[in-house]
Design a protein around this ligand. Structure first.
Ligand code: ADP
Length: 608
C-alpha cells in the first residue's frame, strides 16, 4: 500500500508556521473549526446520497463525537460524514484551497511582520488551527468512493506523512496531541470541551456526543417555529447566552427574506448593564452563519443608538472564513445591517402603537439612546427616529408621540415645551399654570438632553419647536394685550432702565410682559441660540462653563411687586428688591442659588 512523506505547499507551510507560533488569543476556536468541518462533511454526504443512496450503507445515525485521552494528551474528533480518499486528503489538507491561495499569498506579503491575527481571522484556516494547541495532528478517513482508507499525520513542521490503510468506517477521525504546558492543559478537561461546544457549536445541526451524552442543542432556537416556543424558552436562551440575570424586557424574532436573507433574534434588557454608559461597554450582536458561531458583539450589525440590544443574526449565505477586518467591508453584512435597522425601528414603532405600557418601560430605560441618536451627526437620523420619541405632556401628564401632540394642536404653528428637572417643578411654573388655564398643551422636557434633541431636529414635519422661555413666546398674542404692554412699557421706561442698571450685565434686557403668567412677579427669558436650559446643563459640564444664555428679565406689570418696585424707586431697598426678583426667577428655572445667605438677608430685610 502507498505510503509517502511529503512537503507542504509553500503557502501552507507559512500558514502552519503562523499557527504553531500563534499569538492568536482565542485558541478555543480550533474545536469549532474541527466540528464545523465534521458537520460540513455530513452535509456533503447527505447531499450526495440524494442521488446515490447506497453510499450511506447502514450508517445513517449522523453524529460528531468528541473523546479525551488525558494520559496520552489526546482530543479525538470523529464524524461519519463523507470522509476523504487518499487523493482528497493530499489535496485538501496539504494545500490551501485554490480559490484562497492567491489572496492568502498576497496578504502574507502585505502584512510583512504584522500580526498573525488578521490572517487567521481572514482565512478561517480551519483544519490548521489545530496546530495552535496540538504538537501532532493525525487523522484516519474513509470515503464511500474508495475501498481503501487513508491516514495522515504531521507535527506541523514542513512535512506530513500520508499512507493508505485497510478499509474502515466511513468518515473522519482526527486526533490532536495537545501541546504540553499549563496554557494547554485545560483542553484536556471535560468542562472546557463542553464549554467550547456550548459557546461556539451549540446549534450545530448534528448531535455532538461527549461521553455518550449529547452536549449541543442541535436546533437553534431562532430556527424553531415561534409557535412551538414559550416566552420562557426565549428568556432562558437570553440569560444563558447573553449573561444577564434578569429576564429581558422584550424580544423580537425576525425572519427576513428577499434581497438579503437572515434570521435575527433580538432582546431589549430590562435594565441597562452597569457599564452601559461607559467606554467599556461593547455593543453588537452575535453573528452566525449556517448555525455556526462566527463572533460575539459584531458592532457592524447595529447602529450606535440601538447599542442596548442583545441578540444574534444568522445568515446562511455569509462566508465562514470571515474576520473582523473583512466584515467591515463586507457588502452583504452592510446590507443586513441596513435591513436590520429598518426592521428594528419598525418593531419599536409597532410596539409603540400596540403596547404603550411596554414601550414606556423600554423608553424609560433606553429612550435616551434614541435621543442621542437624533442628536448624533447633526440630526442625520432624525427622519428615521423621530417617530420613536415620546414626551410627557400637560394634557394629562402621560407620554405622547410628537405626531399625537401635533394632531391635537389645531391651528397653532409651534410645538411648545418647557424644561425642568422633574414634572413637579415644571408644573408649578406660573407660566405653565397659565397655559393650563388656557388649555394650551405643552411638552414637559425633564431629561437634560431633551431640548438639545429638539434643537437638533429643528422641526417635526414642518412644525417648529418653541420653548415657553423663548423671548418671543406669547401667552396672549391678542393685539389689544400687546398694545397695552407697549404703552405700559413706555410709561414705565425710567423704572425699567433703573432695574437694568441695578442688574448690570447679568441680563441683556428688562421688559414688561403679559406672557409669564399672572402669578409670577418676574420670569427669565432667553433670546438667541442658547436657552436657559442649555446654560444650566452645560454649566455643569467641564469645559463649558463659559456658555451663557442671553437673559431677559420679564416683569409682570399686574403683580403687586411691580407696584412695590415703583414705590421703592428712589428708596434705599430698591436694589435689594431687584436682586430678590432676579434671584427668584433664576431659581424658578432651576439655577442654583449663588449665595443663599446673601439672598436670605435681602429677603428678610424686605419682609420686615
Ligand atoms: P475549509 O473547511 O475552510 O475548507 P479546512 O482546512 O478546514 O478548510 O479543510 C480543508 C478541506 O479538507 C475541506 O474543505 C474538506 O474538503 C476537507 N476536510 C476537512 N475536514 C474534513 C472532514 N472531517 N471530513 C471530510 N473532509 C474534510
Amino acid at each position: 500500500m502507498r505510503k509517502e512523506s511529503k512537503a507542504f505547499q509553500a503557502e501552507t507551510k507559512e500558514l502552519l508556521d503562523l499557527m504553531v507560533n500563534s499569538i492568536y488569543t482565542n485558541k478555543d476556536i480550533f474545536l469549532r473549526e474541527l466540528i464545523s468541518n465534521g458537520s460540513d462533511a455530513i452535509d456533503k454526504l447527505k447531499f450526495q446520497s440524494l442521488t446515490d443512496s447506497a453510499i450511506l450503507g447502514d450508517d445513517t445515525d449522523f453524529r460528531i463525537t468528541i473523546a479525551l485521552d488525558k494520559d496520552k494528551r489526546e482530543i479525538i474528533v470523529t464524524d461519519n460524514g463523507v470522509g476523504m480518499t487518499y487523493e482528497e486528503a493530499e489535496e485538501n489538507i496539504g494545500t490551501i484551497a485554490k480559490s484562497g491561495s492567491k489572496a492568502f499569498k498576497k496578504s502574507l506579503e502585505d502584512q510583512a511582520g504584522g500580526s498573525d491575527v488578521d490572517i487567521i481571522g481572514q482565512f478561517g484556516v480551519g483544519f490548521y488551527s489545530g496546530f495552535m494547541v496540538a504538537s501532532n495532528i493525525s487523522f484516519t478517513s474513509k470515503s464511500p468512493h474508495s475501498d481503501k482508507g487513508v491516514r495522515w499525520e504531521s507535527t506541523g513542521d514542513g512535512s506530513y506523512e500520508i499512507e493508505e490503510t485497510e478499509s474502515g468506517k466511513r468518515g473522519t477521525s482526527i486526533t490532536l496531541v495537545i501541546k504540553s504546558g499549563e496554557e494547554y492543559d485545560k483542553y484536556l478537561e471535560e468542562w472546557k470541551i463542553k464549554d467550547i461546544v456550548k459557546k461556539y457549536s451549540d446549534y450545530i445541526r448534528y448531535p455532538i456526543y461527549f461521553k455518550d451524552e449529547v452536549i449541543n442543542s442541535t436546533k437553534p432556537i431562532w430556527k424553531k417555529d415561534p409557535k412551538e416556543l414559550k416566552e420562557e424558552d426565549y428568556n432562558e436562551f437570553y440569560k444563558s447566552n447573553f449573561h444577564d440575570w434578569a429576564d429581558p424586557s422584550l424580544h423580537f424574532s425576525l425572519k427576513v427574506q428577499g434581497t438579503v436573507e437572515y434570521t435575527a433574534l433580538l432582546y431589549v434588557p430590562k435594565k441597562a448593564p452597569a457599564d452601559f454608559y461607559t467606554k467599556d461597554y461593547k455593543r453588537g450582536l452575535q453573528l452566525y452563519t449556517k448555525n455556526i458561531f462566527i463572533m460575539d458583539k459584531c458592532d457592524e450589525l447595529i447602529p450606535e443608538y440601538y447599542s442596548f440590544l442583545k441578540g444574534l443574526v444568522d445568515c446562511d449565505t455569509l462566508s465562514l472564513n470571515i474576520s473582523r477586518e473583512i466584515l467591515q467591508q463586507n457588502k452583504e453584512l452592510s446590507d443586513i445591517s441596513k435591513s436590520l435597522e429598518k426592521k428594528i425601528t419598525g418593531e419599536f414603532e409597532k410596539l409603540l402603537k400596540d403596547d404603550r405600557a411596554k414601550y414606556v418601560e423600554f423608553w424609560e430605560e433606553f429612550g435616551r439612546n434614541i435621543k442621542f441618536g437624533i442628536q448624533d451627526m447633526f440630526g442625520l437620523n432624525k427622519e428615521k427616529l423621530q417617530n420613536l420619541l415620546i414626551f410627557r405632556t400637560s394634557l394629562d401628564d402621560s407620554y405622547s408621540t410628537l405626531q399625537e401632540y401635533v394632531d391635537r394642536m389645531g391651528e397653532r404653528k409651534e410645538i411648545l415645551y418647557a424644561t425642568g428637572d422633574d414634572l413637579v417643578s415644571i408644573k408649578s411654573l406660573p407660566k405653565i399654570e397659565a397655559l393650563k388655564e388656557k388649555n394650551i398643551e405643552i411638552l414637559y422636557l425633564t431629561d437634560k438632553i431633551d431640548e438639545f434633541s429638539l434643537k437638533t431636529m429643528r422641526d417635526f414635519n414642518g412644525k417648529s419647536f418653541k420653548s415657553v422661555n423663548d423671548s418671543d413666546f406669547k401667552l396672549d398674542d391678542s393685539k389689544e394685550k400687546q398694545e397695552e404692554i407697549k404703552k405700559l412699557s413706555e410709561d414705565n421706561k425710567s423704572i425699567l432702565e433703573k432695574v437694568k442698571e441695578a442688574l448690570g450685565d447679568k441680563v441683556a434686557e428688562v421688559r414688561l410682559s403679559a406672557d409669564i403668567g399672572k402669578n409670577a412677579a418676574a420670569s427669565l427669558l432667553a433670546k438667541g441660540e442658547i436657552s436657559l436650559e442649555m446654560e444650566r446643563v452645560l454649566s455643569s459640564m467641564p469645559g463649558s462653563q463659559g456658555v451663557k444664555a442671553e437673559k431677559i428679565l420679564a416683569i409682570n406689570p399686574e403683580h403687586p411687586l411691580f407696584a412695590r418696585l415703583k414705590v421703592e424707586e428712589n428708596g434705599g431697598s430698591f436694589k435689594d428688591l431687584v436682586d430678590v426678583l432676579y434671584t427668584e426667577s433664576l431659581m424658578l428655572e432651576g439655577f442654583p442659588l449663588e449665595n443663599p445667605a446673601e439672598f436670605i438677608k435681602k429677603l428678610n430685610a424686605l419682609l420686615k
